[in-house]
Design a protein around this ligand. Structure first.
Ligand code: AMP
Length: 182
């Protein structure tokens, strides 16, 4: 159920740091190296499956774009639906949107107005690869609630703990980070 220190270290070592991307001063956490390693991706996804098996979720909602990779795989493993939360202008049907401030810019996320309406009383897990300032996830959790679903937890593979981005998000939803980065 909980990861051992060794498993956490293994996962952390499978993620690559790219210094000064996409702009000077940012250390970008590159999860493509984790994804390419079937052992690391497997350890991570099995851990998430075990954690969320008892949550009685109806959907996993993933944040554009890396949240799709973990979220869609997890939804299939849990036998539930997947909902994409996308950057502005990508979704074809009627949307609800929220603006937010990113660690490096300003952006807007959207979800289809009827995204969770295929099931009564939707219970949703929000997922993304990383929480930095928490602005993206805060907007995404608000969107889920706005369209009539309950966001029961927000899950991140990594949390940049030095940015304390989790505290505002914790006001509206339970937060779980697999790996904390100091
Ligand atoms: P934030 O809204 O500041 O919490 O930013 C989170 C979003 O930006 C996530 O979708 C991350 O994928 C991306 N992001 C922000 N900072 C980083 C970083 N240092 N490394 C990788 N992704 C990042």
């Amino acid at each position: 159920m909980t990861l051992t220190i060794q498993e956490k270290t293994f996962l952390m070592n499978s993620i690559r740091d790219i210094v000064d991307f996409p702009k000077p001063g940012i250390v970008f956490k590159d999860i493509t190296t984790l994804l390419a390693d079937k052992e690391a991706y497997g350890v991570l996804m099995k851990h998430l499956q075990e954690r969320y098996a008892s949550y009685e979720l109806t959907h996993v909602a993933g944040i554009d774009a890396r949240g799709f990779i973990f979220g869609a795989a997890l939804a299939q493993m849990l036998g539930i639906g997947f909902v994409p939360i996308r950057k502005k202008g990508k979704l074809p049907y009627t949307t609800v949107s929220e603006k937010y401030t990113l660690e490096y810019g300003v952006d807007e996320v959207e979800v289809h107005i009827d995204a969770f309406s295929n099931i009564d009383s939707p219970k949703v897990l929000l997922i993304d690869d990383l929480i930095a300032t928490g602005g993206t996830a805060y907007a995404a959790a608000n969107l889920i609630n706005k369209v009539g679903a309950e966001c029961v937890e927000a899950c991140f593979i990594m949390g940049l703990d030095f940015l304390s981005g989790q505290s505002k998000l914790r006001d509206i939803v339970n937060v779980y980070t697999v790996i904390g980065v100091d």
